[in-house]
Design a protein around this ligand. Sequence first.
Ligand SMILES: [Zn+2]
Length: 278
Amino acid sequence: MYKRQVFKILILASVIASGAARCAAQDAIPAHAISIIPMERIFMPDHLYAGQAVDLDNPASYLYPEWSNEYVHKYQDVSLPDSVVISLKGYCMPTDSTRITDKYGYRPRRGRAHLGLDIKVRTGDTIRAAFDGKVRISRYERRGYGHYLVIRHPNGLETVYGHLSRKLVGENDIVHAGDPIGLGGSTGRSTGSHLHFETRILGNAVNPALMFDFPNQKVVTDYYVYQKNTREVYYKVRSGDTLSGIAIKNETSVSNICKLNGISRNAVLRIGQTLRVN
Ligand SMILES: [Zn+2]
C-alpha cells in the first residue's frame, strides 16, 4: 500500500518534471534480436552487460575516437566494427506528433538522399532529446538544416534535429532523455514546419524508422543491431569524377552503382549529385 503510493508520487513528480513527456513505456527485450550474429563479431559496450553508470561527459567513447564540435559527420578514417548493438532503452520520442511527411531514403531521379525522417510539427512545438547525451553541435545552416542540433548518446547513436525555430541548448551541454532541446520550425531548406530527424552511427545515417515508430510513439525494438556489410553508402560527385573512378574509390563496381541508381554506364554525372555506392 505504502509502496504503491510512493510509486504514484514518483510517477507524478516525473511527469511534472518532464512536462508530461511520453518517455516511459519500455517493451520486453526480444532475445532473438541479438542472437542472429555470432556474439564474438558483435560490438557491445561493457555497460550494456554490466549495467554500469555511463559517462555523459564523453558519451560512447568506446566507439568515437574524439569529441569535436566541428562536423556533423566526418568519421571516414574510423573503422567500423562488423556490428554494433544500440540499446534503445531509456528513449523518449522527440515529438508527440505521429505524422510522417517524408520518409528516409534515396531519390535516384533527383540524385539526392534524404537521410532523415520528416515529422510534422508546428512552429513552437517542443522538441525533446531522444536519449541522455551531450550536445555536440548547436548551429545554423541557411541552405540546409536551418537551426539544428546534434546530440551524441552513450548508446553509440548520434541524433540530429533540423529546421528548428529555436535551439534551447548549446554545444557541450549535457541533456537527459525528454529534456526540451528546441522548438519546431521551418528554418533552412524547408517548406512548411517540420522536424527533420536523423539517427547516425559513426556518421553513417540509419533509417530512424528502424528504431523509432512515430505513428505509435514507441521504439521498434529494445536493441537495434547495426551491421556494417548491409549499410548504405553514398558518394557526392566532385569535379573530374568518372563512374569507374567512383567505383574504385568505393571498392565497388560500375555495374553495381548503375543498378543501385537506375542509371546507365554512359549517364552524365552532375557535380554535387549524390550516388548510392553500396
Ligand atoms: Zn528532412
